[in-house]
Design a protein around this ligand. Structure first.
Ligand SMILES: Cc1cc2nc3c(=O)[nH]c(=O)nc-3n(C[C@H](O)[C@H](O)[C@H](O)COP(=O)(O)OP(=O)(O)OC[C@H]3O[C@@H](n4cnc5c(N)ncnc54)[C@H](O)[C@@H]3O)c2cc1C
Length: 313
């Protein structure tokens, strides 16, 4: 590791590099063991250099947005985590908004509203970064981020900066073309329309309040744990309710008493506690309903095959 530490020191000022970084500080679940190396580049050049180093040294790496859709193992993440937190600029030109991937959804929505631009009100209140939202093709209130995406600028697998125009056919429910690449999303452009600022802000406020009413912010979580699947005939939250699992507890984690598809860290939960509840829900749904629930939340870091075997078809 020492040689690697030297190398990393030469590409990033030391304040932006940490070792054995507790991932619980960087996830909305407030759960996760240490990342071996945690890098927070502050410019395109630094980001590119980070990717060159991980590729040249064949190091495993994980791109971190806001950490709001991941469950990081208690053993942490081997290799390098690259956080987009400092790449967060937002600019607006005409009706299009260009945001660096690490811009928070909150800042993107506020920047659009300040210029009386409509189109992203639906995601206001959803935590995380705009890059994470594009990568996940985040969806709420009947719309997906793909509906407003103009293009994404990515650092692709061979480390060149490439602009990818949005192609609706390549996006699906919680699916984006970026999920199969090994580089990263650097910047995204969203197509907005002129509107009235007070109406835009009113809609944003409504959506935020609806989330507050639904209990989204009452305890650390990663939002919906499982995907919804139309073939199941009901939202996953209702299925989990009907299976009698709402309120189930494992260690410090619980299936929220107020929503069957939100799993919460209610008392210093470990990732293993949350995984036990995921296993309980998956196995019960399979036994009682003959359906396979599929996690939307990504299980990140050092898990072993046996722990995750219940997820394999
Ligand atoms: C209270 C709450 C409510 C939520 N409500 C919703 C909702 O209504 N709808 C919804 O869809 N989701 C929802 N979520 C989940 C989550 O907020 C979204 O999926 C969000 O878009 C994830 O963004 P992030 O930046 O946190 O991504 P992260 O969790 O950091 O990462 C998610 C994935 O994206 C990848 N990624 C992130 N940034 C980049 C990048 N720049 N380049 C390449 N890969 C990248 C990561 O590697 C990872 O695989 C909710 C979560 C919470 C906690």
């Amino acid at each position: 590791m020492n040689q690697l530490q030297q190398l990393i020191k030469s590409i990033l000022p030391s304040a932006l590099v940490s070792y054995d970084e507790p991932m619980e500080k960087h996830t909305s679940f407030r759960i996760g063991g240490p990342a071996d190396v945690f890098l927070t580049p502050g410019s395109y050049q630094e980001l590119h250099r980070c990717l060159v180093v991980v590729q040249e040294h064949n190091l495993p790496f994980f791109m971190l947005g806001g950490g709001t859709n991941i469950l990081v193992s208690d053993r942490g993440i081997r290799g390098v985590v690259i956080s987009m937190a400092r790449l967060s600029g937002v600019t607006i030109s005409g009706d299009s908004l260009v945001a660096q991937a690490g811009a928070t959804v909150e800042n993107v929505c506020n920047a659009a509203a300040a210029k009386s631009l409509s189109g992203v009100e639906f995601i206001h209140g959803m935590p995380g970064t705009i890059g994470g939202a594009v990568w996940m093709n985040a969806r709420c209130y009947g719309a997906s981020i793909a509906d407003v995406l103009g293009y994404a600028t990515i650092i692709d697998d061979d480390l060149s900066l490439t602009t990818v125009l949005s192609d609706p056919e390549k996006f699906g429910y919680k699916r984006s073309p970026f999920q199969t690449m090994s580089g990263c999303i650097f910047e995204v452009s969203l197509n907005l329309q002129p509107g009235e600022e007070h109406e835009i802000r009113q809609k944003m406020q409504q959506n935020h309040s609806d989330r507050v009413d639904k209990g989204h912010f009452t305890a650390p979580s990663a939002g919906s744990l499982f995907k919804n699947n139309r073939e199941f005939g009901a939202p996953t939250g209702r299925i989990i309710d009907e299976l009698g699992l709402r309120g189930a507890v494992s260690g410090g984690a619980a299936i929220a008493p107020f929503h069957g598809n939100i799993f919460i860290n209610q008392d210093n939960a470990t990732a293993t506690d949350v995984l036990s509840l995921i296993r309980l829900a998956v196995n019960t749904a399979e036994r009682e309903r003959n359906i396979r629930l599929e996690p939307e939340v990504r299980l990140v870091g050092e898990w072993n095959a046996e722990e995750l075997s219940f997820l394999v078809q």
